[in-house]
Structures are given as structure tokens and as C-alpha cells.
Design a protein around this ligand. Structure first.
Ligand code: APR
Length: 171
């Protein structure tokens, strides 16, 4: 599996699946979540609502992942995952790692070959970017998958540099 880094907007990526840094409600939000719903259009929210009324009555638990259509995005699926809010009192690294692991599991179920990830939990959920990059790279490299390319789409040069460092340390 190839890992690539891109500085840009995840909603513009022509990939099979785009991973969304969602919240448990799956009903949209700011950041990546807002961008995906804005550019992807109402079909995504319609499917999220259907998931909520069916098997996800209490919402999507942190660390888990579920797929919907990608609507008008240049992708086939959106894989919604809920990252942990960073905490200094509690080590939630396992939950952040689970977001990447579970998103790959869902991607394999879908047969997605190219999957774009944002830097989960590093915005509104305040996870320090260097540590988040370390967890992301370690988890992706340590998870067996059929996915051919994992593309981290970083929104800022600082985030890009953090992932570049994490990747070079891991290689
Ligand atoms: N493309 C790629 N990355 C983006 C984009 C975009 N269009 N917009 C924001 N980002 C980056 C942010 O800069 C940050 O590095 O995505 C990363 C994750 O930030 P958030 O989107 O704030 O996600 P997160 O920190 O996981 O918080 C999730 O925010 O939007 C709400 O509904 C969401 O409640 C949930 C919370």
C-alpha cells in the first residue's frame, strides 16, 4: 500500500473513498465535515439520517466508521468516522488509531482502492498535529488492507510538515 501526502482540500480529491472527520450525530458540523456536506450535497445527509434511524440510533461511537454515498464529490463513497476529542487527563490514542483502522476495514468492505484521509481530530477536537500524525502513520502502516493508496490530504502547511516528518520517521 502506497502512502501519499497532499496539501489541499479533501473535497476535491478524485478518489474512491473520502474519510470524513465527523461527530457522533452524523448530521454535519464544521471543518472537514462541513466541507464534505456542503460540496457533496444533501444525498450524504439523507443517507446519514437513514443510518441514524436504522442501526445507529444512538449515533456513531467514537473510533468507529460507516460509509455513505459521496453525493456530488469526485469520489464514490464517504467513510464517516468519529475522532476522539483530545484530553490531557486521559490517553485516547487508541480511539484515534481505531478511526484509521476502522476506516480501512470499511474501505476493504467497499472494495475502495484509493482512500483520502484528513488529519482526524486535529481541528475542532484539538489533537496536537505531531502526535496525531504519528498515530495516523503508525496505524495505517500497521493495518493489513487491500487499499492500494492511502492519501493524507492536509489543509495547512504545518499539518503537511507534521505528516511528512511522521512518514519519514516510519520509513
Ligand atoms: N480538506 C482537508 N482537510 C481539512 C478541510 C478540507 N476541506 N477542512 C478542514 N480540514 C482539516 C483541519 O485543518 C484539521 O487539520 O481537517 C482536520 C480536522 O479538523 P476538523 O474538521 O475540525 O475535525 P476534528 O478536529 O476531527 O473535529 C471534528 O468538527 O466539524 C466538526 O462535525 C465535526 O464535531 C466534529 C468535529
Amino acid at each position: 500500500m502506497r502512502i501519499t501526502l497532499v496539501l489541499g482540500d479533501i473535497t476535491r480529491q478524485e478518489v474512491d473513498a473520502v474519510v470524513n472527520a465527523a461527530n457522533s450525530s452524523l448530521l454535519g458540523g464544521g471543518g472537514v465535515d462541513g466541507a464534505i456536506h456542503r460540496r457533496g450535497g444533501p444525498q450524504i445527509l439523507t443517507e446519514c439520517r437513514r443510518l441514524r434511524s436504522a442501526q445507529l440510533g444512538k449515533g456513531l461511537p467514537t473510533g468507529q466508521a460507516v460509509a455513505t454515498t459521496a453525493g456530488d464529490l469526485p469520489a464514490t463513497w464517504v467513510i464517516h468516522t468519529v475522532g476522539p476529542v483530545h484530553s490531557r487527563q486521559e490517553d485516547r490514542s487508541g480511539l484515534l488509531a481505531s478511526c484509521y483502522r476502522e476506516s480501512l476495514r470499511v474501505a476493504d468492505e467497499l472494495g475502495a482502492a484509493v482512500v483520502a484521509f484528513p488529519a482526524i481530530s486535529t481541528g475542532i477536537y484539538r489533537w496536537p498535529i505531531d502526535d496525531a500524525a504519528r498515530i495516523a502513520i503508525q496505524t495505517i502502516c500497521g493495518t493489513p488492507t487491500q487499499v492500494a493508496e492511502v492519501r493524507f490530504v492536509l489543509f495547512t502547511p504545518d499539518a503537511y510538515t507534521a505528516f511528512e516528518k511522521a512518514l519519514s520517521r516510519h520509513r
